[in-house]
Write a protein that binds this ligand. Structure first.
Ligand SMILES: *[C@@H]1O[C@H](CO)[C@@H](O)[C@H](O)[C@H]1NC(C)=O
Ligand SMILES: *[C@@H]1O[C@H](CO)[C@@H](O)[C@H](O)[C@H]1NC(C)=O
Ligand SMILES: *[C@@H]1O[C@H](CO)[C@@H](O)[C@H](O)[C@H]1NC(C)=O
Ligand SMILES: *[C@@H]1O[C@H](CO)[C@@H](O)[C@H](O)[C@H]1NC(C)=O
Ligand SMILES: *[C@@H]1O[C@H](CO)[C@@H](O)[C@H](O)[C@H]1NC(C)=O
Ligand SMILES: *[C@@H]1O[C@H](CO)[C@@H](O)[C@H](O)[C@H]1NC(C)=O
Ligand SMILES: *[C@@H]1O[C@H](CO)[C@@H](O)[C@H](O)[C@H]1NC(C)=O
Ligand SMILES: *[C@@H]1O[C@H](CO)[C@@H](O)[C@H](O)[C@H]1NC(C)=O
Length: 357
């Protein structure tokens, strides 16, 4: 018998030995560990998964199992489960049997990039100390439970890239500690709640690739900490609230929607804007004055709109700009000599306008 065969044989023996014990062992485990183990048993787990470390301990051991040996589980000194991180573990299953009430001390819960499906149960609200909830990249369906709006410790909420549908529950606007809200790539419909203007701590908001419609609430201009706003590939219409220009945005991405009207005059007021993508809309009016002094720009796409005006004096020398596309608009005027001084520029498209140079 080769060494590896021997190893396999002893491992197999070990598993056979442990399995019958587990049914008795539960009394020596604390309730939460036991409940977590039951949830694990309801999942499809790939062969060779690190979750095979989730084995119940034999009888007569005092050790708190997850805290010492379970993959992805972190506890505090008192032995209570604080973090559960099973990202990208090839897991398939539901949260139906998840022991929400026993894990009420959880602060971080990351099951992103797996194949979880079915609804997100309203019992999620029992995780009232949760700061970080990362469920993106699964197949969760149903509506976003409004109960999430009661989890007021949340700073990070990511449900992106699932199969969630229906309206965004307005109670989410109660999450005033929220810094990151990612709901992109779902079948969400209806409007962006006006109440989102209350999310005072918000830094990153992404609602791209959804069926959201209606206009962008002007209340978003009250999100003074906002840095990135992604609303691309939605059914959003109306104009971009002028007030968004006064924020210190680094990314503004609202491409392929039904936006009309002018770009905010003071766009880049904070001098932080790096990425501006508003291509594929029905925007009209001139290049906003604010862009001329926006030296932070790296990538700009204004193409496929109905923007107009003389661009001869609209642009400065941008030290880090790499990409500019203003093609397929109604611009006219002379192509600025300044472009040759933009040392980082690798792509410049002014086609399908009435410019000369
Ligand atoms: C289990 O706990 C008891 C009492 O707290 C202690 O006397 C004993 O040494 C512990 N056993 C192990 C294996 O840690
Ligand atoms: C949760 O934490 C509290 C306070 O730290 C503790 O008393 C309680 O036993 C913990 N509950 C669980 C299920 O770990
Ligand atoms: C979970 O683990 C992954 C990979 O180790 C890490 O990138 C991620 O930040 C962790 N999530 C949490 C909530 O700690
Ligand atoms: C949460 O939001 C709902 C409606 O969106 C509101 O009626 C309720 O008062 C809010 N609760 C708190 C604690 O702010
Ligand atoms: C912005 O906040 C101020 C003060 O909290 C409030 O009076 C105003 O109505 C808000 N604006 C919008 C558009 O929600
Ligand atoms: C979104 O827009 C597409 C194409 O314009 C349309 O087919 C679809 O019905 C719209 N969906 C909603 C929810 O408005
Ligand atoms: C933008 O940043 C500047 C400088 O850091 C700051 O003074 C200003 O208050 C910020 N604007 C907003 C809307 O927070
Ligand atoms: C070129 O850029 C400079 C600042 O870098 C600016 O003052 C000038 O107006 C620009 N020229 C044109 C034709 O836009």
């Amino acid at each position: 018998m080769s060494y590896s065969n021997l190893l396999f044989f002893s491992l197999a023996l070990l598993i056979i030995k442990l399995t019958p014990i587990s049914s008795f062992a539960s009394t020596s485990l604390n309730e939460a560990d036991d409940a977590l183990f039951k949830w694990k048993s309801s999942l499809q787990i790939p062969y060779n998964s690190l979750l095979s470390s989730w084995l119940p301990l034999p009888i007569n051991s005092n050790a708190s199992v997850p805290c010492t040996s379970w993959f992805g589980v972190v506890c505090n000194a008192g032995g209570s489960v604080r973090r559960l991180n099973l990202t990208e573990s090839g897991l398939k299953g539901t949260l139906h049997k998840f022991p929400f009430s026993l894990l009420h001390n959880l602060t971080h819960f990351d099951i992103s990039l797996n194949n979880f499906f079915g609804p997100i149960p309203p019992e999620i609200r029992l995780l009232s100390k949760l700061v970080y909830l990362e469920f993106s990249g699964n197949m969760f369906s149903g509506v976003i439970p409004p109960e999430i709006g009661t989890m007021i410790s949340l700073e990070f909420l990511s449900l992106g890239q699932n199969k969630l549908f229906g309206l965004i529950p307005p109670p989410l606007a109660n999450l005033t500690s929220l810094k990151t809200l990612l709901l992109f790539n779902n079948q969400l419909s209806g409007q962006i709640p006006d109440e989102f203007g209350n999310l005072k701590s918000l830094i990153d908001l992404s609602l791209s690739l959804t069926q959201l419609s209606g206009s962008i609430p002007t209340s978003l201009a009250n999100l003074s900490n906002l840095q990135t706003l992604h609303l691309g590939a939605t059914n959003i219409s109306g104009s971009i609230p002028q007030g968004l220009g006064s924020l210190n945005l680094t990314i503004l991405e609202i491409d392929d929607t039904h936006l009309s009207g002018n770009l905010p005059e003071n766009l880049c007021h904070g001098g932080m804007l790096r990425l501006l993508t508003v291509s594929g809309n029905k925007l009209t009016g001139p290049i906003p004055r604010g862009l001329k002094n926006c030296l932070s720009l790296v990538r700009v796409r204004l193409d496929h709109n109905q923007l107009s005006g003389d661009i001869s004096n609209s642009f400065a020398v941008y030290p880090i700009l790499k990409y500019l596309d203003i093609s397929h608009n109604n611009f006219h005027g002379q192509i600025s000599q300044n472009w040759s001084k933009c040392k980082k520029l690798t792509s410049l498209d002014m086609g399908y306008n009435n410019c000369w140079g």
